[in-house]
Design a protein around this ligand. Structure first.
Ligand code: AMP
Length: 397
C-alpha cells in the first residue's frame, strides 16, 4: 500500500480530495473562516515540493439540482491561491472537456481547482462511472477530506478504486485518524468525554458507544434536560425530546451497571425567552419553572465538571454546554474550554470534535491550548459512534 510520505509524486498529477466546504459571510460574499483551506496546505505543499502537480476536488454546500452560483468554488479560488502562495487555476465544471484539458496540461508545481463535485447528483449517489470520469484527472489519489470521510460519495470512496496501488491518505487525514484512534483505542485513564449540543437524538449513538470506553461522561447543552426529565425533574420550557426520555433512562441505568460516571449539570442559567436580552437567573436543572428555559450550565455545574476534567488524562469534547453563540449563555462553554486547556497544560490529551465545539474553542482563543482540534464534525462523531468511515475504508481496501 502506498503511503503519502514514501510516494514518488515527481512528474505525477495528484488528485487531492479536500474539504473546502468553508463558511461564507452572507453580506460580503467572502470566506469567513479559511481554516479548512489551511488544514489541507501541508499535503498540497508536500506534493508540489516533491515535483508533482495537484488537482483539487471538493464539495461546497448542498446544491440540489446542478450548478448554483452560491455553491460555486470559483468564489474561493483566490483564497486558495493566497493561502498556498501559488496561482491556482480553475475549471468551471469538474468533468468537462475543458477541465480534462486543464488537468492534462498541468506542469510540476501547478495547481488546478475543479468546480464543486456536488453539482453532479452522481457524487452523493456514489456513482461508479462518475468516479471513473473524475479519475481521468490524475495519476494518483490522495484523500485529505476527513470532514467528508463519513460519506460514501463518488469522490470519497469510488474514486479510490481506480488507483489500487496509488491511493493514500493525506497528511491531515492521517493526523485526524491517528488522534481519534489514540482516544478510542489507547486512552490514558481516567478518560472523560464531554457531550453537549442541542439534541439527545443526535448524540445517543456516541453516548452509548462511550459507555464502553469512557470513565466519565459529562453531559451538557440542550440535551441535558431530556435526562433531567427522565429522572423526574421539572425542566420548564427547556429543550426536551419526549420520545427520547426512555433512552435517557436506559443510558443512566447502563452507566450505573457498567461503572461509568455520568455527570449532569446540577444547575442552569435559565431565561424567560430564547434571546440575547432575555431575563436570566440561576436555577437547579431539575427544578425549572414553567416558561423558563435552560440555555447554559450554571456555576455549580462548571465547578463540578472542572474538577472531573482536572483529574482526567484523556478528554474528548463534542458539543457546546449552552447557547454559546449568545454572550449571555457562553460562560458554561467558555469555562469548560478553559478547564480542558488547564487539564491539557497538566498533561492530559484533549481532542476537540469539529463543528460547534471547534468553533467554541476558537471563539475563546483556546485552539492552541488543547491537544488537537478536529476538522471533522460529523465524521469524528461517527468514528466515536463506532462506525467505519467509508472514506477511510476505501483507502485501505
Ligand atoms: P450540536 O450541533 O448538536 O452540537 O448543537 C449545537 C447547538 O446547540 C448550538 O448551536 C447551541 O446553541 C445549541 N445549544 C446548546 N445548548 C442549548 C440549550 N440549552 N438549549 C438550546 N440550544 C442549545
Amino acid at each position: 500500500m502506498s503511503t503519502f510520505n514514501n510516494y514518488a509524486f515527481a512528474g505525477k498529477r495528484a488528485i487531492v480530495r479536500v474539504d473546502f466546504n468553508v463558511p461564507m459571510d452572507k453580506t460580503t460574499g467572502l470566506v469567513s473562516d479559511d481554516k479548512r483551506i489551511r488544514a489541507a496546505l501541508p499535503t498540497i505543499q508536500q506534493i508540489l515540493k516533491n515535483g508533482g502537480s495537484v488537482v483539487l476536488l471538493s464539495h461546497f454546500g448542498r446544491p440540489k439540482n446542478g450548478p448554483e452560483a452560491i455553491f460555486s468554488l470559483a468564489q474561493i479560488c483566490a483564497n486558495v491561491s493566497e493561502v498556498l502562495g501559488v496561482k491556482v487555476q480553475f475549471a468551471a465544471d469538474c468533468i468537462s472537456e475543458e477541465a480534462f484539458e486543464k488537468s492534462k496540461a498541468l506542469q510540476p508545481g501547478e495547481v488546478l481547482l475543479l468546480e464543486n463535485v456536488r453539482f453532479y447528483p452522481e457524487e452523493t449517489k456514489g456513482d461508479h462511472s462518475f468516479a471513473e470520469k473524475l479519475a481521468k484527472h490524475g495519476d494518483c489519489y490522495v484523500n485529505d477530506a476527513f470532514g467528508a470521510a463519513h460519506r460514501a460519495h463518488a469522490s470519497t470512496t469510488q474514486l479510490a478504486s481506480f488507483f489500487p496501488n496509488d491511493k493514500m491518505a493525506g497528511l491531515l487525514m492521517n493526523a485526524e485518524i491517528e488522534n481519534a484512534k489514540k482516544v478510542l483505542h489507547n486512552a490514558e485513564r481516567p478518560f472523560t468525554a464531554i457531550v453537549g449540543g442541542a439534541k439527545v437524538s443526535d448524540k445517543v449513538l456516541i453516548v452509548e458507544n462511550l459507555l464502553q470506553i469512557a470513565n466519565h461522561i459529562i453531559i451538557g447543552g440542550g440535551m441535558a434536560y431530556t435526562f433531567y426529565k427522565a429522572m423526574g425533574g421539572q425542566i420548564g420550557a427547556s429543550l426536551c425530546e419526549e420520545e427520547r426520555v426512555d433512552t435517557c433512562k436506559e443510558i443512566l441505568d447502563r452507566a450505573r451497571t457498567m461503572g461509568v460516571q455520568i455527570h449532569l449539570p446540577e444547575d442552569a442559567i435559565v431565561a424567560d425567552r430564547f434571546a440575547a436580552d432575555a431575563q436570566t437567573k440561576i436555577a437547579n436543572s431539575g427544578e425549572i419553572e414553567a416558561n423558563w428555559m435552560g440555555l447554559d450550565i450554571g456555576p455549580k455545574a462548571i465547578e463540578t465538571f472542572r474538577a472531573v476534567l482536572l483529574e482526567s488524562k484523556t478528554i474528548l469534547w463534542n458539543g457546546p454546554m449552552g447557547v454559546f453563540e449568545i454572550p449571555a449563555f457562553e460562560a458554561g462553554t467558555k469555562n469548560i474550554a478553559l478547564a480542558v486547556a488547564e487539564a491539557t497544560a497538566k498533561g492530559a490529551f484533549s481532542l476537540i470534535g469539529g463543528g460547534d465545539s471547534a468553533a467554541a474553542v476558537q471563539q475563546f482563543n483556546l485552539s492552541s491550548q488543547v491537544s488537537y482540534v478536529s476538522t471533522g464534525g460529523g465524521a469524528l462523531l461517527e468514528y466515536f459512534e463506532g462506525k467505519t468511515l467509508p472514506g477511510v475504508e476505501a483507502l485501505e481496501a
